[in-house]
Design a protein. Structure first.
Length: 270
C-alpha cells in the first residue's frame, strides 16, 4: 500500500515565483491498484510522482510504501521499491550503453553498483526472453546502443526495465505523451499487460481523457496541488472521456471567475 498524509511542497517560497505545487495531498492507494492521475497543466500531477520517488524532500507530511516510512529516504534508496518511466523516451536510460547493459543496470536498481556490469549468459537469456515479448525484433539486438532506437522502442524497453524486478510501486509519468499515436498505443497495451500480469501497484499520469476513462480501476483528478476528484469501483468503470472533459471545463470556468474576482478586489483598493 502507498499512503500519502498531508503532503505539501512549495517551490521558491517567499519569492515572486512561489509555486504551491502540493497542498495537503492525503490519499491511500491499495496494493495492486492501477490508478490514473489527470489534471490541468501545473496541477501537481508530475510533482506528486516526483515527491513519491524522492526527487526532492517534501515540506510537510508523510509518504509510506509497503510498510516503510520513506519520507526521508533519498531517491536512490527508494529505487529499490519504485520503478519509474518518464515522459521523455531518452530519460531513465544510458543512451551510449547497449540494451543489455541498460538491463544489467536495471537489475541492480536500489543496490550497490560495482565497476562491472556482469552480464552473465543466464542474465542475457532472461533479457532475450523478456524483450522477445515486444515483437519488435529487439531480442537479437541486445548489443545495440539503446540511444539509436526509436522513441517507441526505447519507451517499451524502459517500461520492461522499470518493472523487471516487480517493484512495490510503478510510476508512469505521461510515458506515452511524446510518442506517435501507434507507438503510444503499443506502450499503453504493454503497460496494461505488465501491470496485470505481475499484479503491480501503479500510478499513471496522462493528459489523454480516453486513456483516463479506459484504463485503471481508480482515477484521481488534481487541481492546484490538491485532489479534486477521486473515482473508484463502479464510478470509475462508468466514467466517460466526455464527462472528464466537462469536469476540466468546470475547473477552467471556476479559475476564470476566481481571477476576475481577484482583479476586482485589487482594483477596489486602488
Amino acid at each position: 500500500m502507498l499512503e500519502l498524509e498531508d503532503v505539501r511542497k512549495t517551490f521558491n517560497e517567499g519569492t515572486a515565483h512561489e509555486v504551491r505545487a502540493l497542498q495537503g495531498v492525503s490519499v491511500k492507494i491499495e496494493e495492486n491498484s492501477f490508478t490514473i492521475i489527470i489534471g490541468t497543466n501545473g496541477s501537481g500531477k508530475s510533482t506528486l510522482l516526483s515527491a513519491i520517488a524522492g526527487a526532492f524532500p517534501v515540506d510537510h507530511g508523510r509518504v509510506r510504501l509497503a510498510g516503510h516510512d520513506i519520507t526521508r529516504w533519498p531517491e536512490f534508496r527508494r529505487a529499490s521499491l519504485i520503478g519509474r518511466v518518464f515522459q521523455n523516451p531518452f530519460s531513465g536510460t544510458a543512451p551510449n550503453l547497449t540494451i543489455a547493459e541498460n538491463f544489467a543496470l536495471a537489475a541492480r536498481r536500489g543496490g550497490r553498483r560495482g565497476l562491472g556490469l556482469a552480464i552473465t549468459s543466464k542474465l542475457r537469456c532472461q533479457m532475450r526472453d523478456l524483450v522477445r515479448e515486444l515483437n519488435m525484433g529487439l531480442e537479437d539486438r541486445l548489443d545495440t546502443p539503446i540511444g539509436t532506437l526509436s522513441g517507441g522502442q526505447r519507451q517499451a524497453l524502459t517500461l520492461l526495465m522499470a518493472s523487471w524486478q516487480r517493484p512495490q510501486l510503478l510510476l508512469l509519468d505521461e510515458h506515452t505523451a511524446a510518442l506517435d499515436p501507434k507507438s503510444a498505443e503499443q506502450v499503453v497495451a504493454l503497460s496494461e499487460k505488465v501491470i496485470a500480469r505481475d499484479r503491480l501497484t501503479a500510478l499513471m499520469v496522462t493528459h489523454s481523457m480516453q486513456q483516463a476513462a479506459r484504463l485503471g480501476d481508480r482515477l484521481l483528478m488534481m487541481h492546484r496541488g490538491k485532489v479534486l476528484l477521486d473515482l473508484r469501483g463502479i464510478q470509475k468503470k462508468r466514467v466517460r472521456a466526455e464527462e472528464l472533459l466537462d469536469r476540466f471545463e468546470e475547473v477552467r470556468r471556476a479559475d476564470l471567475l476566481d481571477e476576475s474576482a481577484a482583479e476586482m478586489l485589487a482594483r477596489s483598493y486602488v
